[in-house]
Design a protein. Sequence first.
Length: 270
Amino acid sequence: MDVLHEKKQHLEDYLKELGSVAVAFSSGVDSTFLLKTAHDVLGEKAIAVTARSCSFPARELNEAKDFCQVEGIEHIIVDSEELSIEGFSQNPKNRCYLCKHELFTKIKNIAAEHGISYVAEGSNMDDNGDYRPGLMAVAELGVKSPLREAKLTKEEIRELSKEMGLPTWDKQSFACLSSRFVYGETITEEKLSMVDRAEQRLLDLGFKQVRVRIHGNIARIEIEPSEFERIIQPEVAKPLTEYLNELGFLYVTLDLGGYQMGSMNKTLDI
């Protein structure tokens, strides 16, 4: 057995040991792979819980619903409005911790109500090297991280997902819309909507991996460098700029560094 499949076997064995799990399900690459594997191993003892909020695009929620319906997985949607958490809207350095602590507390309560022993989330080995305050909440609340337990990387999860026929194997990476804000800049529902609609327009135009970072009234677009040539073509750039102007962005810029995971962390003095 090769190393990749040894890791998958370790993941399956670990899930069997847990016995039952409530998977925090965002419909992303990692949580989809984790949920599918957990359901394959545990059957009805694996359920999905998805948080509905203004920082979670409707397209992602709909994909989560559709996946669970197709796979026959019990799916619970919980309202988890981050902006109501004290201090969250001020976008402090520990914003992700505040959000995850509130969310996982709710999921733990749901798990208990359904006789589920553990809550599981989908962070992988690649998440260990970045600034991830949300993982502090994971540790504090005893939430399990099966993909890290199996030492799986993002690329390996994509490879296994493709092998399993999962539609998310080549899905773009996604993080909650609040991650588009500079730390310290106030997060509002209006601004979250601006970012969401701007990113949706880029996706509708066929751009694969996108981020629209918000800096006051400036939109900083991050896409893959291989797509730079297309986005600067007048027939694309002009209507795109006009649309983002209509949303409320005064200036629209392209980051020449391209898409960078967690690029707002550069503003932190850690």
